[in-house]
Ligand binder design. Sequence first.
Ligand SMILES: *[C@@H]1O[C@H](CO)[C@@H](O)[C@H](O)[C@H]1NC(C)=O
Ligand SMILES: *[C@@H]1O[C@H](CO)[C@@H](O)[C@H](O)[C@H]1NC(C)=O
Length: 442
Amino acid sequence: MLGALVALASCIGVGTNTPEKHPDLKWTNGGSSVSGSIVVDSNWRWTHIKGETKNCYDGNLWSDKYCPDAATCGKNCVLEGADYSGTYGVTTSGDAATLKFVTHGQYSTNVGSRLYLLKDEKTYQMFNLVGKEFTFTVDVSNLPCGLNGALYFVQMDSDGGMAKYPDNQAGAKYGTGYCDAQCPTDLKFINGIPNSDGWKPQKNDKNSGNGKYGSCCSEMDIWEANSMATAYTPHVCDKLEQTRCSGSACGQNGGGDRFSSSCDPDGCDFNSWRMGNKTFWGPGLIVDTKKPVQVVTQFVGSGGSVTEIKRKYVQGGKVIDNSMTNIAAMSKQYNSVSDEFCQAQKKAFGDNDSFTKHGGFRQLGATLSKGHVLVLSLWDDHDVNMLWLDSVYPTNSNKPGADRGPCKTSSGVPSDVESQNADSTVKYSDIRFGAIDSTYSK
Ligand SMILES: *[C@@H]1O[C@H](CO)[C@@H](O)[C@H](O)[C@H]1NC(C)=O
Ligand SMILES: *[C@@H]1O[C@H](CO)[C@@H](O)[C@H](O)[C@H]1NC(C)=O
């Protein structure tokens, strides 16, 4: 009862300065064209006093005056509609979406973005990947070391958490409800409710901070890449729905240790360079990142069960199978992700196998069959400069598995990339979903 009362007082509404007009994005489902649209996450939005232009959140701080606590904050403040191209550098045309890295808007400088595919104005498009294939074309030619153009799935609620949190009046229309397997606490809203209580600004990020709560859910990283490195990575959680956490239950983000949350933060990654092939992905290489490439990901399985995630690339009319592993400490070679691959890889690299601990592919099938939301994003990394994707990490290590890509260990520093590579972009296009081997030309 107390919970309900507190909740009622903390509703976050929406502003009226900028009408929320979602950029259209066409995609293909089972061979038919679908008119969808995308919405930017609530974290990126202007949050201000209802009916006034005073900020509720500015830089990396919530206003002490308007947001002394989450309930008051929710009552005082609204989430504003988005100027997609002007403020966030996001444009669409037909079946393509382009995300610009740094955008100097009229009122602010925006860095990166995170967007979700909508089915209609108020509802995310849900995908059940089990037994299916997901394909898209990506242009990473303008994405240098330190940036990550990511296309992935998370188990968010289709309404952005409105039903679960009745005080959330913004919902999917305003991009609420994010969660992932890192249980992020840098969310200004958890399901549309301000996360202002206990908010601490980040020392090395003038736009970001961490609140008392985090938001956990399973995550399937179809794609994390720049022109130098790429990985695909399932992460599972114990719970089969978005879950709010606090303290060490949010893992490292909540002040606990890396493995203290109910999710698997490391996942089970297949990065061709890390798995021993340094001539596969990159400018002028077998998959040439100077040109657009079609990326095919197949989820072998049926019902609630997935056994294997396969990858193919298509470029210049040629289908290129994923590279084979070439790691001395692994007795077998693999070119796909499965429980067997994950266990062999973690053992060979001496990594903590939190993927298997949280259920591995059994849990992956269970979460995927519940439906996931598609995320398109572009980001830089204020924690470890994206070195886990494209460089040597830990930086002083020469252990197997530490070498992940050709970028320098000094690369990817946000202040450097945000000034030197501000005009970087990633372009996602021609998203296709359907039966296995149906969405690309052999
Ligand atoms: C591995 O993870 C477990 C929890 O899953 C944790 O207790 C342990 O300390 C971790 N080990 C390392 C080396 O990080
Ligand atoms: C890298 O992958 C390509 C294409 O599969 C293959 O021809 C080449 O031999 C691989 N290199 C190594 C070192 O495994």
